[in-house]
Every structure is written in C-alpha cells, then in structure tokens.
Design a protein around this ligand. Structure first.
Ligand code: ADP
Ligand code: MG
Length: 393
C-alpha cells in the first residue's frame, strides 16, 4: 500500500522527522486558504499523486510541472486551478498519467544541498538497508546507473537496530559535519523508528535537504507498507486512497483475492501462488499472454470465485479464461459451483477452459458438464494452456 505526500507528512510529524509545514487542498479556494495560513513565508504547491517525478512532469492540458513556487494565496488558487482534476504525466506514471485530486501547499525552503535517503527491506540479507547519496533531487536510478559509487548502503541488524556508529558513518560518508551531522542523525534515527513501528517496506526521501539557516529537512516522501502487516495499523489503512489504485486490484482485495492485472488477453483463475505462476509460465510457453495473476487462495469460497470471475470479465482485454485448480484443501466441486454461478450472472461471453484435479474432482467435472454452459475441459496443465491459446488465437 502507498500513501500521498501530505499523509506521509502526518507520519513524519508523529515520529519527529522534520519537514516543511504543509496543508492539503481539494479546490482552488482551499489552496488559497492554506496559503493564507502560511502568509509571509515563501510557498510551493505540489500535485498529490502516488508517483514521483512530479517536478519534471507535465499535464495533459499542456501545463508544465507538478511542483511550483508560488508567492500569494491568489497564485495558490490560480495554480491549483491548473492542476486539480487534470492528468499529470511523469516518468513514473506511464503515458496514461494520473488524475490530480488534491494539491499540497507547503512552505518553500532555501536549499543548500539535496541528498537522497531511503530505508528498504533487503530480501537478499533479510535486513533493513539504508540507502543514501549526496546526489539527491534527481532520479536515483540514474545515479545508480551512471555513478554507482555515489550510492551508500548501510545494512542494519534487525534485532540490534540502528546503531550510533552506523549513523555517524553514514553522516561522514555524506560529507556532513557538526550540527548538521547531529540533526541528520536524529532525523535518521526517528525515520528508522517510523520504518520499523509502521511495518514499512520502504520510506524514501528525495530530496532530503540542508538549508542556509542550518536545518535538515525532508522535502518529499514516498512510503510503501507491507500489506501483510496492515491489520496492525488501522490508522494507515484509513489513509488508503482507492482512487489511486487499479480498480480491479481494489475489488480483488475486498474479497481477499491476490490479483495483479497484466497486459495479455488470457485470464487465469488459479488456487495457490505457485500454481498461478506456473500457469502463467505455461500460457507463455504455448505462445499466449496472461491477462492477470489471480490466486483465489487455498480455501476459496463460492463468493470469492464469483467475485474473481467478475473481476476477470471486467477487463476488456480478456479474450479467454483458463481455470486451473488443484483441489488439495479446496473442493473441486465448490470451484465448479462458483464458476457456474458467475458464468450465469455474466453470460460467459468468451471461451473458458477448465482443468480440475484433486479433491472431489469427479463431482466437480460432473457439475460443470451438467451446467449446459460452453466449457472446454482439459486433462492436464499443458492441455489446458494449449486449448485456451488456440481459443483466443
Ligand atoms: P517529485 O520527486 O515528485 O518531483 P519533489 O517533492 O521531490 O517531487 O519536488 C521536486 C523538487 O522541487 C525537489 O527536488 C525540490 O528541489 C523542490 N521542492 C519540493 N518541495 C519543496 C519545498 N517545500 N521547498 C523548496 N523546494 C521544494
Ligand atoms: Mg522527489
């Protein structure tokens, strides 16, 4: 799960990670009112979307940039008008872009230097890793590609936590001294607490800045949370913005289905993540392209199967469906009943190939046969894949 920059700021405030004051707005009037609150200060206005690269992005209406310096409430309203309800295209959104529904008005700070700072979970070492660079403000992928020596990594022992000497080492490597190094240490230590306490998969600050008046501040924020730990953080779940997510993935999560939309035209409905991966592989092996990854789980109910079916059919790119179920915990007949219920509701406008194996498979097959629906049955995975690839060709 991701959150917006203005929400990330609330978490920064809670964990005492310093960042400029800011306020979110959904209309030009609200933006002007927010600007009025910070009267006297220099201001920025920033589009709020779940994607980075806003500064260098452009709007489909021709307006350039999702981050702007402004000087008055009047200007806040004017810029908000150009950004709100418009589509922002950045290097991270793809061509389609993202609709801007909110903007943040924040205090603008003078910048001495821009750094990059992130904490991630490193799967290779099973440890949190702090990634930092003196080359902040730009795409970290470019820095990693062009000047890999400028990326600093510090692995953290998960039980011992972040140690003072590790912080000092990082500050030194970033060329920080004296009070700036001290402030950075405090910020990083608090950021690490935030990362662990909230079960983050990632926090990224790009840029982290130093200012001429000697402060260290987070100017931008990108968060990722471990979905499996969200039940421990209702206040984070409340920050979820479903409008920023793929509507198919939102519907799937409501039924506890693991769904990821892909670009192909063969939908798969499978139980178990491993089998789902194998099914996608075998579709590709026979020259097809999967339209999704969909794991209905080990103990899927009829309602879940019906929901899964509807999500699949809502994708206009889908030209055929392959159901591949291994009845281990699952009863094949429950799947069969779910498929029939869903097919009757939706009319089953496209070819459907079903391969069932395992627990109560004979009854499952009999239920499908008796349904009178146009379903092709397959005996093996390879058989199923070949049949669905032929059906959509
Ligand atoms: P993105 O990464 O999506 O482009 P940022 O929040 O990093 O958005 O903003 C882009 C750039 O705008 C930053 O690198 C920084 O130079 C400038 N900027 C952002 N927020 C502020 C601020 N509060 N004060 C001054 N400059 C800012
Ligand atoms: Mg940024």
């Amino acid at each position: 799960m991701n959150i917006h920059e203005y929400q990330a700021k609330e978490l920064f405030d809670r964990f005492q990670v310093p960042s400029p004051k800011g306020k979110v707005a959904s209309t030009p009037e609200e933006a002007a009112a927010a600007a009025k609150e910070f009267e006297g200060a220099k201001l920025v206005i920033k589009a709020q979307v779940h994607a980075g690269g806003r500064g260098k992005g452009h709007f489909k209406n021709g307006f350039q940039g999702g981050v702007h310096l402004i000087e008055s409430p009047q200007q806040a309203s004017e810029f908000a008008g150009k950004m709100l309800n418009e589509t922002l295209v950045t290097i991270q959104t793809g061509e389609a872009g993202k609709l801007v529904r909110k903007v943040m008005v924040a205090e603008a700070v003078d910048i001495t230097h821009e750094y990059y700072l992130a904490i991630l979970m490193d799967r290779g070492t099973s440890r949190p890793v702090i990634v930092a660079s003196t080359e902040g403000g730009m795409s970290i992928e470019d820095v990693a590609h062009n000047t890999p020596e400028k990326i600093i990594r510090q692995f953290v022992h998960p039980l011992l936590g972040l140690q003072g000497y590790e912080i000092r080492k990082l500050a030194g490597a970033l060329g920080m001294h004296g009070d700036i190094a001290k402030q950075f240490g405090k910020l990083l230590s608090n950021l690490y607490k935030l990362f662990i306490s909230l079960d983050c998969s990632m926090v990224e600050i790009n840029p982290l800045v130093t200012t001429p008046d000697g402060r260290v501040l987070a100017l931008d924020a990108k968060f990722g949370f471990d979905d499996n730990a969200l039940y421990r953080h209702p206040e984070i779940v409340a920050m979820r913005d479903k409008e920023e997510e793929d509507p198919r993935e939102v519907a799937a999560s409501e039924y506890e289905l693991n769904y990821i939309g892909l670009d192909g035209n063969i939908a798969c409905l499978v139980n178990g993540a491993g089998l789902a991966m194998a099914t996608m592989d075998i579709i590709k092996h026979y020259g097809g392209e999967p339209a999704n990854f969909l794991d209905v789980g080990g103990g899927a109910s009829k309602e879940q199967v019906t929901a899964a079916f509807k999500i699949i059919l809502a994708d206009p790119n889908v030209k055929g469906i392959l159901i591949n179920i291994f009845g281990g915990i699952m009863d094949c007949n429950v799947i069969a009943e779910g498929v029939i219920a869903a097919a009757k509701e939706t009319g089953l406008p496209i070819p459907l190939v079903v391969r069932l194996e395992g627990n109560n498979v004979e009854q499952g097959k009999a239920t499908l046969d008796a349904s009178g629906l146009n379903i092709v049955s397959a005996s093996t995975m390879a058989d199923g894949a070949q049949k669905i690839v032929a059906a959509v060709a």
